[in-house]
Every structure is written in C-alpha cells, then in structure tokens.
Design a binder for this molecule. Structure first.
Ligand SMILES: Nc1ncnc2c1ncn2[C@@H]1O[C@H](COP(=O)(O)OP(=O)(O)O)[C@@H](O)[C@H]1O
Ligand SMILES: [Mg+2]
Length: 261
C-alpha cells in the first residue's frame, strides 16, 4: 500500500467561539484528484487555507509528504513548527484562489517567473523556458507580454494556474476558481483543469460548485457540512446515489439553482 501524501488527523479550527472544523480527519493518496463540495460556510476554504499554512489550527495534526505540517520533531517530542519549517513545507503545496491575485504591473511572463526566481533561485532563462511551457499548456503563450488588465477573467485565471504550477508543487489546491468568472469564461478554465488532471500525476484538491466538472475530474468526492465530512465516495455514487439526507438535499438545491450534475 502506498502511503498517503496528506494525512489530516482530528483537526479542530475555531474562530473565537465559532467551531469551523470539528475533528476533521481525511487522507489523500499521491496523485489523487479530490473534489470538495458542500454548502457555503461548511469549512471547505478553511481546510485548504490550513493546508496552505495561511491559517493556524486549534487542535490536531497534519502530515504532508511524510512530515508534520504544523509541528516538528525536537528530540523525542513534537513541538509547534517554526517559520523556517512552515516555509519548507509550504513549498510542497500550491494554491489557486477564486480571485487571481496576479501582480497588476507585471506582464504575464513575469507573473509566472518571479516566484521561482526569487524563492528557488532559478535562473531567468530557465524560469522563462519553463514558464513558456506552462503558458503553452494553459493556452496563454501568445499573451506572455500582456499585463493582467489586458486579459479576461478566464485568461487571468489560466495565468494564475500556470504561476502556481511554476513552483512545481507536489500538491495543488484550487478554491472555487471559476466562481468569479462570467459564465461564458468558465469552460476555458475547466478545460485547462481537465487537461491538468489527466496529464499530471500531481495530487489535487479542488473546491467547486460545478458538479458536472467535479464528476469528471475527481477520483473521489467529499461532501462537507458544518465542518465535517458527511459522506465521501466515487463521483458516481455521491452524485447518483447519495446515502445521506444532507448530501441529497444539497444536490437538490444545486440542481434547482440551475447547475448541471
Ligand atoms: N477569518 C475568519 N474569522 C471568523 N470566521 C471565519 C473566518 N474565516 C471563515 N470563517 C467562518 O468559518 C466558516 C467556514 O468558512 P469557509 O471555510 O470559508 O466555508 P466554505 O469555503 O465552505 O464556504 C464560516 O462560518 C465562516 O463564516
Ligand atoms: Mg469557500
């Protein structure tokens, strides 16, 4: 049996009196494509942000690629991770957000090469060669010298995907990357994601309301509600034969809102 690349063990996350994640546990196998679905406020973004070390945790343990994320060994004990450990672990994970957060005054090529050059010390020529390959893959090579203001939302999001990939993370997190886009721009981004899922063996966790896409993309679907995983399984089982009442009612609402499954 291969070992999981992510082990989330009994994670608790509180904001003051509000418990957002309530003893969440899950494992992800290397190369697995996971879709996280569930109502707004159920904790999907929070778990991705915790994996990206953008949040702290209130309890529990997370192991990424064989090492603790928020803890580190000291002698026989596990102690809270210091900034250096977090920095090292962060390099294994990349994230694409709902809003693209591109550098507005830099061209597309610079947006993709900047982080590899600054954080990994990669030479400009090498960074640019890799960036052009990635821009080719997301269909944006011809816009390498454009600035973000000259691009559509879908094009910006495709650049944001290339930028995250340029750091060669082992794990990629995608948080509702099409929800801020005009409807006619959604498909071009989903097509890039389909290619990415089929052509790479990267581990991917994706939060989405596009159930049809989640069905095609995911090896496994996790249904979140109120900070817990209520149901999980293969896309066909979750979407065609959900067993839990909360999953059924969520999917009914999604269909009523005009989404395809
Ligand atoms: N910084 C924060 N401070 C207080 N509450 C927060 C914060 N971030 C998220 N929450 C709350 O945590 C819960 C889960 O949020 P989130 O993970 O964004 O849900 P989802 O992505 O599933 O919609 C929500 O109730 C939200 O209001
Ligand atoms: Mg969210």
């Amino acid at each position: 049996m291969p070992t999981p690349i992510i082990r989330i063990d009994n994670i608790v996350k509180r904001y003051g009196p509000l418990t957002v994640l309530d003893g969440l546990s899950m494992e992800v196998m290397p190369g697995e494509k996971l879709a996280l679905i569930g109502p707004s406020g159920s904790g999907k973004t929070t778990i991705l942000r915790i994996l990206m070390t953008l949040e702290s945790i209130s309890g529990g343990h997370i192991e990424v690629d064989g090492e603790q994320l928020y803890h580190m060994p000291r002698g026989k004990d596990l102690v809270a991770a210091d900034e250096r450990h977090l920095h090292k672990m962060r390099e294994r994970i990349g994230m694409v957000f709902q809003h693209f957060n591109l550098f507005p005054h830099k061209c597309v090529l610079d947006n993709v090469t900047l982080a590899p050059m600054l954080t990994k010390g990669i030479k400009r020529t090498d960074a640019e060669r890799r960036a052009m390959e990635l821009l080719e893959m997301v269909g944006m090579a011809d816009k390498a010298r454009s600035v973000p203001a000259q691009l559509s939302g879908g094009q910006k999001q495709r650049v944001a995907i290339a930028r995250a990939l340029a750091l060669s993370p082992k794990i990629m997190l995608f948080d509702e990357i099409t929800s801020a886009l005009d409807p006619e721009l959604v498909e071009e981004v989903l097509n890039v994601m389909r290619r990415l899922a089929s052509e790479t063996d990267m581990t991917m966790l994706l939060v989405t309301h596009e159930m049809g896409f989640a069905h095609d993309f995911a090896d496994r679907v996790l249904f979140f509600d109120r900070g817990r995983i209520v149901e999980e399984g293969k896309p066909n089982d979750i979407f065609r034969n959900p067993t839990q009442e909360r999953t059924q009612s969520f999917l009914r609402k999604i269909i009523a809102a005009g989404h395809r499954i």
